[in-house]
Design a protein around this ligand. Structure first.
Ligand code: HOZ
Length: 424
């Protein structure tokens, strides 16, 4: 018998939707609970169909940096909707958004708008191959770049918590051009670059890994990737789907002072609408059709409603760069609360935090790569998740995702959350 409306909706959805959800991590499988079905969200809060309201640190997995339903963003979307939902033809907003992206990330001289992070990365890889005339790609174990065939190799996110870590349905021949190095391990990169000299089109990296939980790049790691790609004539691609406009207006490339050749964006760039982007120097991007020979297209690419949401969001962030310092302070308070709860309970906990991204890992070992991330106690994570939820705080239902802090989280809500964490 269902006790809640969420239980009922989940049971019914299971009959029509695989796993009852449209993206695996939402099924709460990793934490052994029934997913909450959401009715609405506003600011820092999310409300389920049973009327329970939670302080939300999932923030739609990243887009919600301003909080839910920010009035200026909603107004921009409503106005855009009234003018038509899609034209399949260029609009002024696409150009305006491209200018804003370039302003934030000068390395993105030219940009293509697409509809999802997966599409952005898949397209960027194609351009990197077209530009260099090489086939191989180096990615990092535990980095997640969406679900395109060639990149579902040692991937993060839900690929870490489902029964099949690397998806079935991907022919071995589709991943034979993907080489896997170890995050924060320069030697593993050096070995691959030397062994496959002249064949690597690009190294793609999450500058801050956020799909095996949050794992920070060690000092000099990103600069090293810049140097080695230059030395071997390969491109460096920063997958900034999560870090873009989050670590700062200029993303991870600004934060760490390392300039990639290409950048992929998603989440915040769409202001909560399905939009993503990839870009780089004009020379590289001019390989894209119709200027160059690399084909990529999309009916909803640069959608007029999505660009309205993206522009409104980026304009607010651009006008309020002070938000980033405040976000960092809030996240640091949460990180301290985890450390305190560890001290008090004697339970080992490691907290990785940067800007408004953080993850708590229940382990006594520093988490610096895939192996240390998967070594954490996921059973304890499930208990922590349940504790938080039962005390009105909604965090990622998986160890291998990030906790996102938004501008909308007030100091009081952060304190309330800290108290829940300290009580763990
Ligand atoms: N790949 C996303 C998290 N890293 C999942 C998004 C979702 O389920 O909405």
């Amino acid at each position: 018998m269902d006790t809640t409306r969420s239980d009922y909706l989940f049971r019914e959805s299971l009959k029509r939707i695989p796993g009852g959800v449209n993206s695996p991590v939402r099924a709460f499988k990793a934490v052994g609970r029934t997913p909450l079905f959401i009715q609405s969200a506003k600011g820092s809060h999310i409300t389920d169909v049973d009327g329970n309201t939670f302080i939300d640190y999932v923030c739609s997995w990243g887009p919600g940096i301003l909080g839910h339903a920010h009035p200026e963003v909603v107004e921009a979307v409503q106005k855009a909707c009234a003018d038509g939902l899609t034209y399949g033809a260029p609009t002024e907003r696409e150009w305006k958004l491209a200018e804003l992206i370039h302003e934030a990330m000068p390395s993105v001289e030219k940009v293509r708008l697409v509809s999802s992070g997966t599409e952005a990365v898949m397209s960027a890889i194609r351009v990197a191959r077209g530009y260099t005339g090489r086939d191989l790609i180096v990615k990092f174990k535990g980095n997640y770049h969406g679900h395109s065939d060639g990149l579902l190799v040692k991937a993060g996110s839900a690929a870490l918590t489902t029964a099949v870590p690397d998806s079935s349905g991907v022919p071995a021949s589709y991943t034979q051009n993907t080489l896997v190095a170890l995050y924060n391990d320069k030697e593993s990169v050096r070995e691959l670059m030397e062994a496959y000299k002249g064949q690597v089109a690009a190294i793609i990296v999450e500058p801050v890994a956020a799909n095996m939980g949050v794992v920070l790049p060690e000092d000099g790691f990103l600069a090293f990737l810049r140097e080695i790609t230059d030395a071997y004539g390969s491109l460096l691609i920063f997958d900034e789907v999560i870090t873009g406009f989050r670590l700062g207006f200029g993303g991870a490339q600004e934060y760490f002072g390392v300039t990639p050749d290409m950048t992929t964006l998603g989440k915040i760039v769409g202001g909560g609408m399905p939009m993503a982007a990839y870009g780089g120097s004009a020379e590289i991007m001019d390989k894209v059709s119709p200027v160059g020979p690399v084909y990529q297209a999309g009916t909803l690419s640069g959608n007029p409603v999505a660009t309205a949401a993206g522009i409104a969001t980026l304009k607010i962030l651009k006008a309020h760069k002070e938000y980033y310092e405040k976000l960092e302070q809030k996240a640091r308070r949460l990180a301290d609360a985890f450390a305190k709860s560890g001290e008090k309970s004697g339970r080992p906990v490691q907290v990785n935090q940067i800007g408004s991204l953080l993850s708590a890992f229940f382990t006594d070992k520093a988490v610096r790569d895939y192996d240390s991330a998967v070594g954490a106690d996921t059973g304890m994570y499930a208990k922590y998740f349940g504790w938080m939820l039962d005390h009105g705080v909604y965090v990622a239902p998986s160890q291998f995702e990030a906790m996102f802090v938004s501008v909308a989280h007030t100091d009081e809500e952060i304190e309330e959350t800290c108290q829940v964490i300290r009580g763990l």
